[in-house]
Design a protein. Sequence first.
Lengths: 644, 161
Amino acid sequence: MRVKTVEYQINYQSGIKTGASCTNWELMTFNEKAPFRDSVAYVFCEVHEITQFTNIIIVSIIIYIFVYICYCIIDKKVFTMRGGEAIIESLKNMGVKTIFGYPGGQTIPFYDMLYDADINHILVRHEQAAAHAADGYARASGRVGVCLATSGPGATNLVTGIGTAYMDSSPIVAITGQVPTHLIGNDAFQEADIIGITMPIVKYSYQPKNPDLIPSIIKSSFEIASTGRPGPVLIDVPKEVQEGELTKFDDSLIETPGYNPTIKGNIRQVKKARDLIKEAKKPMILAGAGVIISHACAELRKFAETINAPVMTSLLGKGAFDETNELALGMLGMHGRKVSNDYINESDLLIAIGIRFSDRTTGRLDSFAPDTKIIHIDIDPAEIGKNVEVDLPIVGDARNILSSLNKVLTTYKPSSDVNKWTDMIKQKKIELLPRVTYDDVPLKPQTVIKEIAEVLTPESILTTDVGQNQMWAAHFFDTQKPRKFISSGGLGTMGFGFPAAIGAKVACPDDPVVSLNGDGGFLMVCQELATVREYDLPVIAIVLENRTLGMVYQWQSLLYNERHSQTLLGNSPDFVKLAESFGVNATRITKPGETKEALSSAIKDNEPVLLNVVIDPEEALPMLPPGAGINEMIGEYKLEKDVI
Amino acid sequence: MTFNYHVISTLVEDKPGVLQKVAGMFNRRGFNIDSITVGNSEVEGLSRMVITVHADERGLEQVTKQLNKLVDVIKIKDITEVAVKRELCLVKVNIPNEKARAEIMQYSNIFRANILDVTEQTLLIELTGDKKKINAFLSLVETFGIKRIARTGLTAMSRGI
């Protein structure tokens, strides 16, 4: 039993006749284990001469104390809460149903309390996967994902996942254990200054030094992670804080006077934007992940249709605009669609929404839309003018600004110039559709993506890993709905795709979830096959096997005289046997048509499955070499219209 | 692009790690802090940081925006043009001969510097002023041989109400 001391102040001056040793006010300390004995002993040893009258008073005081202590004990039974329980309770209050984690020495108290708690915990097989799964959960659902790891190595294993979430503005809350406060700074076992380590890659971090702070900190973390430009928040909880008892459960938000994200766009800027749109003859829209994050996809669609402008997206913007819509041109950038890359510089007005103009999207900056006026809408003022100089910035939430724009454009009708331009682009889009029809063996990745697209419904979620597999998916797969294409953009984290799919599946249990991986990236996280098996998560992992680290291999082929330094993976492992050793069914696919068949039956079976697809190692997308402008792609861009 | 010194006054929360966050941000974004001074402000729980940074206009804009993005940073103001700037410098100067002693003391008078400590071989001088004034004084006494310099870095406050 835990021992808690309670202090009482009792005025017993009136009960003492000659108590020379007593002062007016005495501090009496009671041990809860034996409160009554202590109090009686104390009173009787201190007070020697007692009158009848004072005797009554003292007895009544003792009764009073006894009753009070009984009350405290009952009270405690009802309200006792330790730090770890407060974490669980607060997470539940924030609507969290599932957390992804991995226990360790400094989180044992938390995990002990989790034992009895009604909150799901998914035990991943590596902490990095916990962070990616929380990230995948957040991206698929729009809610905050939660991951948990122990101190030291557990916490540092989260770092890649936290960095990934930071770069892609994904709201996650990472909770780490920490060595007890009195050991912090002593290089204790499994101690790492995780707050310091993650400082540049979190939106904010907390270290509660007192269990009472936990409810407020958790609530504030969710607030900061999910509002404004979302991002990861770290909570580092020392072990004794997890064990310590709360005196009260106060979950009021911690004041952060320095945190006031701008939501509403300045109406004067919106009107200026309207004027620029009215003047424009060749407008284009470039949509980023900000549109998805702010739930502005319907507004974007209305806006694009009102001004009749073609819509390009960034990698993470995929899904912000239905790519089967005739106005959709597809991805812009280093491995972007030819129509987007070729025609962006011909536009006279670029409306960029919720995008940060990453170097992979723009190519060389001075040849990115040099004669184009740019309107930049973003919630983060620091993104305005960071990479690309803009003519009109509007800071605020994309949804808010797009609805205001739609309002001020209600009477707007696109001019004949605009219609002519857009018709021309639509025509070019059809002409420049990339070739996806092949019947080659070894399989072309295009065939695989085409067959995946034929099977997946618009509600299905496709996560990708990083590298060629990602670019093929981004390039050839038409995403129709937001939050259905999940990929690590900014940090480009290999090993993201599969654990992110686990998170996505937990977030959307009714939608098919497919993760597309290369053989390199999948091996970084293949241990998560155990997780999908253990929890019966019907995630379908497609592993494109070309036995190379394809993206680097491709660069070496194109730019480094085919010197394939350390990019050949050899013949190990056999992915089918690997999956089967985890109890996951697997199929090896080598011919056209097989992907479609295997994927359909995998979705129908609703079981975790691995599809090992052997592809042509020499297939590569055209690309912008480093330092090239957006319209200076190298490599042959094969067109669907040329298919004989 | 012209690079200039900018003096930025920021109001930040007085919490552990805030200085690290601010300094780390400068480093990470590739900006050089020339000097940084931190102390309590007029509001309890808030500190004022005065940062001198060498940047062009665009860089300054980025610095300001990135600073603003930090949750613990409450207010930022570029006070380069409107500020009174002061730095404290402690300098220990050699005294090669008696004549030099008189000379140094004379310079100190001109610069309104205080002499804090006197030994037979050295003088410890306290000088307050902007960068130019301190540099001017240091170059004057350099000929006698400077044993040690400690400078606080610039702190500043905007003029007027």
